[in-house]
Design a protein around this ligand. Structure first.
Ligand code: PRP
Length: 182
């Protein structure tokens, strides 16, 4: 069998550790938004697993909506040029927004998202991310809620991909160098 697991150098966060941390974050959000009804905005595709599990742990009323962002071309990510490929379905005017990401890396995506959504006059915008990689940050921006900080390693799984693969791993791991340097 050509298993995804044989491509991993190590496991960073197990299924159980992820579930535990998501419960804590969901509780914090429930507390912070007690009498509110936030719109939870998933940024496709990486955040899908996190989003689905986080929302199921929350007890407050929340709405779902989705956005997709892409960098221009292949290697221009570091230039910070991003574009929207799928917009929200509904107006966010006067609403509390929580952007749900899988990872904050350079911060360019988040900067673009926050400034774009701000022009639509929401009541508030916060960011909840599964992973935060401060070592790679270029833009001065920080998530409001974060499950785990990671170092500058090639992380995959639980939504995060390498060449569109490994998203369906139930854990977060580090990819063996030989896999991506081929
Ligand atoms: C990833 C991730 C964030 C962004 C973070 O998306 O989901 O949206 O990159 O990087 P940044 O902080 O450097 O901007 P990607 O473009 O890989 O798309 P995906 O979610 O479909 O995997």
């Amino acid at each position: 069998m050509n298993s995804m697991y044989q491509d991993l150098e190590k496991v960073l966060f197990s299924k159980e550790q992820i579930a535990e941390r998501i419960k804590e974050i969901a509780k914090t959000i429930d507390n912070d938004y007690q009498d509110k009804r936030p719109i939870m905005v998933a940024i496709l595709k990486g955040s899908v697993m996190f989003y689905a599990d986080l929302l199921r742990e929350m007890q407050i009323h929340a709405e779902m909506d989705f956005m997709a962002i892409s960098s221009y071309g292949n290697s221009t990510k570091s230039s910070g040029e991003v574009k929207m490929v799928k917009d929200l379905d509904r107006s966010i005017e006067g609403r509390d927004i929580i952007i749900v990401e899988d990872i904050v890396d350079t911060g360019y995506t988040l900067k673009y998202l926050k400034s774009t959504l701000k022009t639509r006059n929401p009541a508030s915008i916060k960011v909840c991310t599964l992973l935060n990689k401060p070592a790679r940050r270029i833009v001065d921006i920080e998530p409001d809620y974060c499950c785990f900080n990671v170092g500058d390693e090639f992380v995959v799984g639980y939504g995060l991909d390498y060449a569109q693969l490994y998203r369906n791993l139930p854990l977060i791991g580090v990819l063996k160098k030989e896999v991506y340097s081929k």
